[in-house]
Design a protein around this ligand. Structure first.
Ligand SMILES: [Zn+2]
Ligand SMILES: [Zn+2]
Ligand SMILES: [Zn+2]
Length: 315
């Protein structure tokens, strides 16, 4: 069977899993849909592989060989095909643009659903299907020059469209409710909008009030019902939101964007100079020596770590 037919079948089976009332098929849904997306990508790589190259572009190993006239050619070797990272590198080098951020989101969600989420609900995978819809629709139109409805068939296509519409509508309602609240800083709102429930993975988080201060609300996951007060929600959401930058600050050096708030012990947005938990604005310049107080020294505010240390010795 061709790679393309495998891709179509895998997506169709995944969407049948989704439509089944059997909760146990949630995992096979995520596996099949993601596998189908990767197969669509491999189909594109196989189309671009030169004839006689043993589908070089989809093989993990590609070796140089000389033909009869001593021309260098590249041939695929063995049966192992490229993994996600390999597809990403080849697409980048071939200028095939796909939304890798969204694909990574689908992939980590798929992984989390198998390993971490304890509260598996059918509704929770709507965000994965909705993201998959965006990728599949875009890729088939743009890079395969086909009509996705014709390629996938009417009923799988109808499921994709419907899930996407319902999810987008609910997400818009959640976002509107969040935006109606007053946040200490816009970045906190962005963190709330980007947050996915750590219990079930759903991105549909609804506040308990429709106006006033964000700190006064509780936040409920519409899929599994898990509810968090502001203090917990803000620390989870902001930590997730900045996780990549915090990681970079550890690996590449530079300041962490986050610190412990010297006032409340909550989560302090260092670059913004404001606490996301209690709105405290800390002194960032040492009153002793005039140097910048680094994120990890903020507890000693209004002094830097060094001045605070010297003063503690003087006592
Ligand atoms: Zn949830
Ligand atoms: Zn604080
Ligand atoms: Zn100082």
């Amino acid at each position: 069977m061709s790679i393309l037919q495998n891709a179509i079948d895998s997506i169709a089976v995944g969407l049948e899993d989704y439509s089944s009332p059997d909760q146990r098929r949630v995992i096979s849904c995520t596996r099949n849909v993601f596998a189908g997306i990767l197969l669509l990508f491999k189909h594109k790589l196989s189309l671009l592989s030169p004839p006689g190259s043993d589908e070089a572009l989809i093989k993990q190993r590609v070796l140089p060989v000389l033909d009869e006239s001593a021309h260098l050619e590249w041939k695929g070797k063995g049966s192992k095909t490229v993994d996600v990272q390999g597809i990403k590198e080849r697409f980048e080098s071939l200028n095939i643009d796909v939304d890798w951020k969204r694909i990574d989101k689908i992939n980590s969600f798929r992984n989390d659903i198998e390993h971490y989420f304890s509260n598996l609900k059918h509704e929770a995978i709507r965000s994965l299907i909705s993201d998959s819809f965006v990728i599949i629709n875009d890729f088939i139109r743009k890079h395969l020059n086909e009509d996705p409805k014709e390629l996938l068939g009417d009923s799988p296509w109808a499921v994709l469209i419907e899930v996407n519409e319902v999810y987008e509508k609910e997400k818009a309602e959640c976002f509107a409710a969040l935006r109606a609240l007053e946040f200490f800083d816009d970045e906190i709102l962005s963190a709330f909008e980007g947050y996915s429930c750590d219990e079930c993975g759903s991105g549909l988080i609804m506040p308990s009030i429709r106006e006033g201060e964000a700190t006064s609300a509780n936040y409920t996951c519409k899929s599994c019902g898990k509810t968090l007060p502001y203090e917990e929600m803000v620390s989870e959401a902001v930590t997730d939101y900045f996780s990549h930058e915090v990681y970079l600050s550890h690996t590449d050096g530079g300041d962490s964007p986050l610190a412990d708030c010297p006032e409340c012990g909550g989560i302090y947005l260092y670059a913004k100079g404001i606490c996301a938990s209690c709105e405290h604005t800390a002194e960032h310049v040492c009153q002793g020596c005039g140097s910048t107080i680094m994120p990890e020294e903020l507890f000693a505010e209004p002094f830097c770590g060094y001045c605070a240390h010297v003063m503690s010795k003087d006592d």
